[in-house]
Design a binder for this molecule. Structure first.
Ligand code: TRH
Length: 400
């Protein structure tokens, strides 16, 4: 990739975070659907607390769903501290919450009205936007709008230095590389999931139910090499089960550990893994099907070939987002390999992934693998989103 796409890493000026003015942060997360909202917020809140030693309160509107991502969460408690993050239920309409120094609204979830009213002029308000590779993001990143009592700043994640960067905990890239290069460590992890470690191609499958799953499974079964496909429990299980002939009355009874096979394809149903175990699965697999936002970024840090299914949006906005990402990430990839990536993604977001499209992707896998590692290496040199957010707020607090 031309370095202009990702830019070169800037030196991260060490801002004096001893400034008490900016140490208390409130993060607000409304769970729209699926797990990405809470997946991103939980990851970011922990990183802000652990790596930037901030006092973080994470307000969540649905603790029951959040507990899928935060297993130790007690959905009955109004407040609890887990991994140094204070997790709170969404404030009631009449509940007075004393605002922190920084209010981090995520994905335009809208802050509670009482909280907004209680915010002081000194409170810094930032909205964390959804991730996109579209070029316009850099123009809108870090802008503020003054049509509210307190300026609301917009922080756009992205793939270039001119954006807010990508969420990346310290050393995750290196940890993934260590696992990807160690058959014994891979064996241990696979055994922990009751999986064998052999020379078959390992593929993880995490997608939305509207993906052409039957055609992918058929193409995998017809592949010219053996495939282990690992499917963590999610909303696609009925479509997977139906492909393997499970009776329609039983489609919703598929359990963790169940296996299905056809020709060169073996499918194993996995539990919904912890975020750290999911990172390990991605690092061990040869190809990762990911979706939405957070698993997309995790696939990049796993540095293995991945096929991304964007969250479905109206007017094909998700296709625009996909094309922008493919243009940015694969712009300097070998043309033949890049074409195989592009046609696989086009098929995956459409209604059919044929055997020739899938086989062509497999034929180019060695090139795609080398290129993906190179790109991930380059992105991992950039300043991560949490650090950029802290620096951004530090600069704002100096101005207030
Ligand atoms: O679940 P998602 O579809 O979330 C989506 C996206 O975030 C999208 O941008 C947003 O608009 C929409 O929600 C409302 O996909 P995503 O972003 O990959 O989040 C899934 C989370 O689940 C991520 O943190 C990874 C985690 N995960 C596990 O922890 N264990 C697992 O086994 C799997 C498969 C995923």
């Amino acid at each position: 990739m031309k370095s202009s796409q990702f830019n070169t890493p800037r030196q991260v000026k060490q801002y004096d975070m001893s400034n008490k003015a900016g140490r208390r942060w409130d993060v607000f997360c409304r769970i729209v659907d699926n797990f990405g909202d809470i997946g991103v917020c939980w990851r970011l809140s922990q990183q802000l607390a652990h790596e930037h030693h901030l006092q973080v309160r994470l307000f969540i509107d649905n603790l029951a769903i959040a507990s899928k991502i935060i297993p130790s969460l007690n959905a009955e408690l109004p407040s609890q501290t887990i991994n140094s993050v204070e997790i709170c239920t969404w404030p009631n309409a009449d509940e007075d919450i004393k605002p922190a120094d920084v209010a981090l609204e995520t994905f335009s979830c809208e802050l509670p009205a009482t909280y907004l009213e209680a915010m002081q002029a000194s409170t810094l308000w930032v909205n964390l936007e959804y991730l996109s590779a579209e070029p316009w993001v850099a123009d809108f990143h870090a802008r503020g709008s003054n049509n509210t009592k307190i300026t609301r700043h917009f922080f756009f994640p992205g793939f270039t230095d001119a954006t807010g960067g990508l969420i990346r905990e310290t050393n995750i890239f290196q940890k993934n590389q260590k696992l990807a290069k160690s058959p014994p460590l891979q064996c241990d992890f696979l055994q922990s999931l009751n999986l064998v470690h052999d020379d078959a191609l390992k593929i993880s499958l995490f997608s939305y139910p509207h993906a052409p799953i039957p055609s992918l499974l058929n193409a995998m079964a017809e592949s010219n090499q053996r495939i282990h496909c690992y499917v963590p429990i999610s909303s696609i299980l009925p479509k997977v089960a139906k492909y393997f002939g499970v009776d329609s009355s039983q489609l919703n009874t598929i359990q963790t550990g169940e296996k299905f096979s056809q020709k060169n394809l073996n499918v194993t149903i996995l539990p919904f893994l912890s975020q750290s175990d999911y990172d390990k699965l991605l690092a061990i697999c040869d190809i990762n099907f990911v979706r939405g936002e957070d698993s997309w970024i995790r696939a990049i840090w796993a540095a293995k070939p991945f096929i991304w299914q964007p969250y479905l949006q109206t007017e094909n906005t998700h296709i625009t987002k996909l094309d922008a990402f493919l243009d940015l990430f694969y712009s300097s990839c070998d043309e033949t390999a890049r074409y195989s990536v592009s046609e696989a993604h086009s098929a995956w977001v459409a209604d059919n992934i044929t055997i020739p499209v899938w086989q062509n992707y497999l034929n180019n896998l060695p090139t795609i693998k080398r290129f993906t590692l190179q790109q991930a290496n380059q992105l991992a040199e950039q300043t991560d989103l949490a650090a950029k957010l802290v620096i951004f707020l530090q600069k704002l607090s100096v101005k207030v």
